[in-house]
Design a binder for this molecule. Structure first.
Ligand code: URA
Length: 270
């Protein structure tokens, strides 16, 4: 029997055993929510690495019954199903109603940029301008981020990928609430899993803390390399914070220079 057949047979047996166990517990039906209602699928904690992008699996409609260990606060990384492409993932998100942010949003801001980017920037969530245009980081903070990329790093904005932890604007630009992050974070994880960049840059507290599952503040973490699913991750200040505290820009530039050095890019002397 080929390896793949053996693997499929094992999976089928596991599913059968699971269903029989559920039946023994008295479970008679399993509700399969419509795609719009389904949360981003974050797989239960596992010691296994997720499938490599070359073995990308298309999204299926299978229901996952949450594992009791999935909520563990120790988790640094929860493996996700790797969609076949960013387009497939966007389709899966659909006209999302998974959390209450759908009520006030105008547009879902999925993310944009090079699907094969070496760098992925992750922000918090769309602001007013992003919600209007359906594009990430196009307001005042976005202009600053664009300057960092174009004028600082000397690359095109289209060469990187930019996205957020939540895809819909929190009213009044407040921080996303835990249930909103819970409903959405699987999508940024899936975006990263598809792109597999060489470096991730998290912008501010929200993206840093949620991607790394830490409560450490950005002031302590910025400038220190972290790792997300085997990918080097550099936390730095959010551009909105820099607009309020321009004196802190120098730290972001230090962090970005580390990113450039990691990618073998020439860094300006001054
Ligand atoms: N702030 C964010 O975190 N993301 C955006 O897309 C815009 C502003």
């Amino acid at each position: 029997m080929t390896d793949i057949r053996k693997e499929i047979q094992e999976i089928v047996e596991e599913i059968r055993a699971h269903v029989e166990f559920q039946r023994a517990l008295g479970v008679k039906t399993v509700e399969i929510p419509s795609p719009e209602k389904r949360s981003a699928r974050v797989a239960p904690l596992s010691t296994k690495k997720p499938a490599a992008p070359s073995a990308q699996t298309a999204l299926t409609t299978a229901t996952e019954i949450p594992d009791q260990h999935a909520e563990s606060k120790q988790a640094e990384f929860k493996p996700v199903t790797v969609p076949a492409s960013l387009e497939v993932l966007r389709q899966e998100i659909g006209d999302c109603r998974r959390c209450k942010l759908n009520k006030d949003r105008k547009t879902i801001v999925f993310g944009e940029g090079n699907p094969k980017a070496d760098i992925v920037f992750v922000g918090e969530g769309p602001g007013f301008e992003e919600d209007q245009q359906g594009r990430p980081f196009v307001g005042a903070a976005g202009q600053l981020l664009t300057d960092i990329i174009v004028k600082g790093m000397k690359i095109k904005r289209e060469d990187v990928y930019i996205c957020n932890i939540v895809k819909c604007r929190p009213p009044g630009n407040r921080n996303p609430e835990p249930d909103e992050v819970e409903a959405c974070i699987g999508f940024v994880r899936q975006q990263i899993a598809v792109i597999r960049p060489k470096v991730i840059v998290t912008l501010g507290n929200v993206s840093t803390q949620h991607l790394l599952n830490t409560k450490q503040g950005i002031t302590k973490m910025r400038g220190i390399w972290q790792e997300y699913d085997g990918i080097p991750l550099m936390p730095t200040f959010h551009p909105s914070y820099l607009l309020r505290s321009p004196g802190e820009k120098k730290w972001v530039w230090e962090d970005i220079k580390q990113v450039m050095a990691k990618l073998g890019m020439e860094t300006p002397k001054k």
